[in-house]
Design a protein around this ligand. Sequence first.
Ligand SMILES: NC(=O)C1=CN([C@@H]2O[C@H](COP(=O)(O)OP(=O)(O)OC[C@H]3O[C@@H](n4cnc5c(N)ncnc54)[C@H](OP(=O)(O)O)[C@@H]3O)[C@@H](O)[C@H]2O)C=CC1
Ligand SMILES: O=C1O[C@H](COP(=O)(O)O)[C@@H](O)[C@H](O)[C@H]1O
Length: 493
Amino acid sequence: MTKVVITIFGASGDLAKRKLYPSLFRLYKSGILAENFAVIGTARRPWTKDFFEQVVIDAISNLATTPTQASEFASHFYYQSHDVQDVAHYATLKTLQDELAETYKTEHNKVFFLAMAPEFFGTITDHLKSEQIVDGQGFERLIIEKPFGTDLETAKQLNQALSETFDESQIFRIDHYLGKEMIQNIFAVRFANILFEHVWNREFIDNIQITFAESIGVEDRGGYYDQSGALKDMVQNHILQVLSILAMDKPASFSSEDVLPEKIKVLQSLRVPDEQAITENFVRGQYQSGRINNQDFQAYTDEPSVNPLSKTETFASGVFFVDTERFKDVPFFFRTGKRLTEKGTRINIIFKNNANIFGESLKPNILTIYIQPTEGFSLQVNGKEVGKTFSIEPVKLDFRHDADALGNSPEAYEKLIYDVLNGDVTNFSRWQEVKASWELIDKIVGSWQLDKTPLQYYPAGSMGPTKSFALLEKYDTNWIWQPDIWYKERGLL
Ligand SMILES: NC(=O)C1=CN([C@@H]2O[C@H](COP(=O)(O)OP(=O)(O)OC[C@H]3O[C@@H](n4cnc5c(N)ncnc54)[C@H](OP(=O)(O)O)[C@@H]3O)[C@@H](O)[C@H]2O)C=CC1
Ligand SMILES: O=C1O[C@H](COP(=O)(O)O)[C@@H](O)[C@H](O)[C@H]1O
């Protein structure tokens, strides 16, 4: 049971309501948060404690077993109307925090969750220090949301600002993909199976394919997204984090002290492409109007808050190389985009074909890690086709479940908040990782901004521009995964 006061900046926002309150409630139901915790919610709007409690109750209504359970949980929530730019408000916050520490006997342990626009992060942490809300008593941890900067320079400035108040071990940079069940499961697949551990290298792996496909568009986030684009929104953080887990060397133990340096080593070993390699090896796309599941969708440039002349990419694809002994010259292909055929987050590890005794070319072994919407693994292996003659056919060993149907698969945020309460930084991005990934992404963004790689258009409901398929053909391979509809349209299913 953790003793703590958690202060949420941005308590009236979307993230707080959709993710944070349900996650805190699950931790409450499982007893990790019990009597000795309180939550201070802050935002500018003038809510009362009663109103805030009701907001929290509404946010957890589908998770609570009884109304009493929901209201007991919500009674731990306190609201403080607060403009983060106004120093005077921090004095009131300090008083409330000290009172709650006494009332709930939290031993002055504190967590600060910055669930607001990143431009406020530095201001908040400065005031937390100057007004002695961070006072050196108990544990003091800071959780911050993405994006961590918009390029290397702004990321450095932000990091410098945060480090005036918190040291690196106190900063938890959220990448919610690191809280996903199947992303964490990559560690188990790689290091708990002798079957994979010894073949996880350039000698046996031909290529790795990472697909993070979304069928949604930019929804109501056009303003943010148009300044960001797929590369910064999904690749700089989530895809490179996942790649670092896939490519890392075996850590001496499964502790943050051993795991994180291995991940950092991968990100620092990413080959930085020159101009020519960027043009040849990376694809940027933007969706036009199209149909998904018999529904019409408008083009990206017609979305609200998007510049009608925007050249922002809603799709990014390419190939990364990790110059380590383990993976030198093995292509790590990736693609991610909005308004693609369907939501599908998965990783395919394609093994090399060995010389065989059967006199025919065989299909490769393929390990697929399904991240969402279903979770699980499959392994394509070759077997004998049933019958009198002897021929080989690939079969799939498949283990999958629907995370929602299972109902107890903890939300990524629940797992990550649990880690913060335990002071475990393993599933958070360290500054050196962020720095290394921006160094690479800045290079590509710079080239794209000069329009050296032409923007490719794709219809909503497709799997992105044809150039993304041509890229893999250049490397004598294909995207292993396509949605069923893709095969149907080509008469292959
Ligand atoms: N929503 C999501 O699913 C995700 C969000 N994120 C990140 O999380 C952060 C928050 O996102 P989201 O919840 O969607 O944003 P919202 O716009 O929904 O919420 C912003 C919050 O900040 C408060 N706020 C704004 N200005 C001030 C101010 N000057 N002083 C005090 N409070 C202020 C708002 O309340 P009020 O207006 O009352 O002041 C509101 O509570 C962002 O960094 C975003 O990138 C990351 C991944 C997913
Ligand atoms: O960080 C982000 O992630 C979501 C996709 O997350 P998922 O958990 O639903 O796969 C993406 O839609 C959003 O643009 C991006 O900011």
